[in-house]
Design a protein around this ligand. Sequence first.
Ligand code: FE2
Ligand code: FE2
Length: 227
Amino acid sequence: MTVLFLKCVSEDVTGRTVTEEDYLKSIDELTLYYGYATLSDISQILGTRRQSVYDEMKILLSKGLVNRLDKGEYALTDVGHTEANKFLRKHRIAEILLSEVLGLPWSQVDQEAMGIEHGITEEIASRVCEKYGCQICPHGNPVPDTKGHVREVNDLAYDELRGLTGVKVSRVIFESREILQYLESHRILPGTALPVRNGIPFLREEEQAGEIPTQVHRALRYLRDTG
Ligand code: FE2
Ligand code: FE2
């Protein structure tokens, strides 16, 4: 499977140490987006060599953090999920900090957060939460607690929209730069209402009505628009 909307480009991670936390976060995101993670998709997201991914996956399997679902397809175990969530807390709080304090553009905060997320201590996290609130990241994803528990969100996936005429965007589950740029340029953010035809969300009339590309709308979760 090819990740056409790359999460990071390799030059962004050149020289950056890729940690176990980075692997867990990538596997979590890929599994939400595709249903599983493959070695090549992880390698593309992290900008690391496939051999390094292969070696790291052996370690994660031996630690019980990852399961092999099928040949070449992996997902997090419950323990792996909890560990990924502890890191996602830092990542999403870093996004809130960059957005609220520095005013970085919405489509850039995910990428820029990668530069500071490892340094977010619980002292910093709790101050950010106190000052700006930390229920959700700027892309609508819930911020886990310190133990790695996260609030369940009852929203709809891209293939659950049949029969609906309108939805509101709940969150972006695959925050690739290209997807975020597309959404920002079309002013589609959490809370944005979109018309639905035959189970597919469309751009609003004022945004040159047209189908939202499959790879973008798969990256979104939706709420029924009752308004
Ligand atoms: Fe993010
Ligand atoms: Fe986010």
